[in-house]
Design a protein around this ligand. Structure first.
Ligand SMILES: CC[C@H](C(=O)O)C(=O)SCCNC(=O)CCNC(=O)[C@H](O)C(C)(C)COP(=O)(O)OP(=O)(O)OC[C@H]1O[C@@H](n2cnc3c(N)ncnc32)[C@H](O)[C@@H]1OP(=O)(O)O
Ligand SMILES: [Co+2]
Length: 135
């Protein structure tokens, strides 16, 4: 695990959350990106080496919509930058972590991503991120 790539924060209203984080961080969001396969729209802020990823659900079945419905807005996941996501998934499975997707999937911000079930990671939803090769 090279660094914390981003902290994922589940929100109800992306416009309002962006305004709050612009005030908090003193910077503008550098991109919004929809990820239809995850049922989310994301908004990214740089914060030193890491990023803040705001996420709003775009349909009721989205993991984010379900999370906010059940637990309200708040810290949703920690994403770590890895060099080789497939070998990291295998390494972590051997350590007893539960991979929610064995095959990496396309994430936001030009990443390949995979998730570990929070119940296998001390109550924290973990995301692995590998930079996608430039198209
Ligand atoms: C990929 C685009 C973008 C990127 O960075 O590139 C993203 O980050 S997209 C982020 C949204 N996508 C995901 O989160 C995908 C992975 N998540 C899932 O598959 C589900 O959300 C899952 C399996 C974590 C939970 O779904 P489930 O339907 O099982 O929800 P439950 O409410 O039944 O939860 C079961 C159990 O887990 C606890 N839980 C749920 N979510 C979280 C969380 N974010 N952090 C910690 N714990 C979580 C929940 O409280 C339940 O525990 P229990 O003790 O049984 O109440
Ligand atoms: Co994320």
């Amino acid at each position: 695990m090279n660094k914390i790539e981003h902290l994922g924060i589940a929100v109800k209203d992306l416009d309002a959350a962006e305004k709050m984080y612009e005030d908090l961080l003193g910077v503008q969001s550098y991109k919004r990106e929809e990820v239809p396969t995850e049922g989310v729209t994301t908004s990214f802020f740089k914060c030193g080496e890491s990023k803040i990823e705001l996420l709003v659900g775009t349909n009721p079945n989205s993991p984010i919509s379900r999370y906010v419905e059940k637990r309200g807005e708040g810290l949703h996941h920690i994403a770590y930058a890895v060099d080789d996501i497939r070998s990291e998934i295998e390494r972590l499975k051997e350590k007893g972590f539960v991979a929610l997707n064995e095959e990496p999937k396309i994430g936001a911000d030009n990443k390949l991503v995979a998730f570990l079930h929070p119940k296998s990671a001390g109550g924290v939803l973990v995301e692995l991120c590998q930079d996608r090769s430039p198209e």
